[in-house]
Ligand binder design. Sequence first.
Ligand code: XMP
Length: 514
Amino acid sequence: MEKELVIVLDFGGQYNQLVARRVRECNVYCEIYSYRTDLSKIKEMNPKGIILTGGPNSCYEADSPTYTKELFELGIPVLGLCYGAQLMMHVLGGKVQKAPVREYGKTEVFVDRSSDLFEDVSETTVCWMSHFDYISQVAEGFRITAHTADCPVAAAENAEKGLYAIQFHPEVLHTQEGTKMLYNFVRGVCDCAGTWRMDSFVENAIREIREKVGDGKVLCALSGGVDSSVAAVMLSKAIGNQLTCVFVDHGLLRKDEGDEVEEVFGPNGNYELNFIRVNAQERYYKKLAGVTEPEQKRKIIGEEFIRVFEEEAKKIGAVDFLVQGTIYPDVVESGLGGESAVIKSHHNVGGLPDYVDFKEIIEPLRDLFKDEVRKAGLEMGIPEKLVFRQPFPGPGLGIRIVGEVTAEKVKIVQEADAIYREEIANAGLDKTIGQYFAALTNMRSVGVMGDERTYDYAVALRAVNTIDFMTAESAEIPFDVLQKVMSRIINEVKGVNRVFYDLTSKPPGTIEFE
Ligand code: XMP
């Protein structure tokens, strides 16, 4: 089956992954590439459409990101968004300059519904604007198809040539009919049939893995997180017990999590595979004793994982393939895809053990966004509880315990966190808050319990909403829920006599405590 492809040319804006995700929601496969990508490579990929993203620059300045005019002469529809729209005009002879009025935020846009892009869109529609430059004159052959009170060209097009420019951001949810506009572009203008679907992706992926692996042996490090779980199940469905999964319980998992992973993947679980659980808690606690510096803790946890994994791999002997749960944002963020300069190095704990004896790496989720990984998981019948698991950092509770990690502190934070999660779920907030957890501060304070003086730890509760984990805002939790959590933690968790609610946004804070 020929894969329909739309490419997103990344000019450094902050919503670029969102653009690709929205396109995929229209069942059209989409990849992100840097604006530095050669035209010849683009021609080779033969996309059905090209989308130019926003970006922080002014297109009329000498060293700003740009693209050759030929891009617009390929006969492939192009949609420019924000900076991409301005660039299209600039390159094709229109005029872009500093706007007399800078637009930012939700803005009423008046659209011409005769445009293919605005079919079925309301005549007055709320869109997300964020620009300091504006198109003061469209290029020859273009007609204006939308405007706002302050912006004479909110959209313009040369439909004959398949060129469309939009000043606002249809990819963000604040643009109420944005997905419809992107749908109109990829499914209408670009004429994509919409063949990108998770059920067929899963089917194809399983078949491809089977062909690739043959009767080879495959090793997978299973963390119990969404990505490695979905990858493992996919492999299991493809090759059954030619797959061995090693699950390292480092003693820094949430309450009962080790057993839950074993329930699903172990010998009494749902899948055909070899499951090895390594209970390495003591080893980790020993290594972490006396260590307080966050980065050092991360390093120790990562390195110890490699040691343990290597020991297990040695017992298994040579394998043909090693599975990695890499997903598409990892590819983009590590600079292989778009223009993104941010590399979250500390998020890939430890890296790969280079002395494990394998021939090749398999990355079955390399093309998927997180929500697609989840869909693939559901498609394969993985329990919802696992598929919608909270994001959990590789170093686990190690970075939710400020200061030294000890078995006693792990127990405290596990219990407090379990109560917090339970009450959040009871309040029906578990699907609406992005990430929430309890952390153990290193602060002890005086309290009174019964007739006794206590000198115990303070637990901090965190709850944030975030789109991309690069920025976050603290989530609103009703006071009575917080109060209940506080009261239960203090009554039920030994060693805690105080509970804080952390309101800090990111920046200046981070989501985790360390
Ligand atoms: P921060 O604390 O950097 O967290 O604001 C952003 C997101 O990344 C997760 N996180 C990590 N994940 N290894 C991981 O695998 C890490 O060392 C790590 N540190 C933070 C965090 O849970 C949040 O989702």
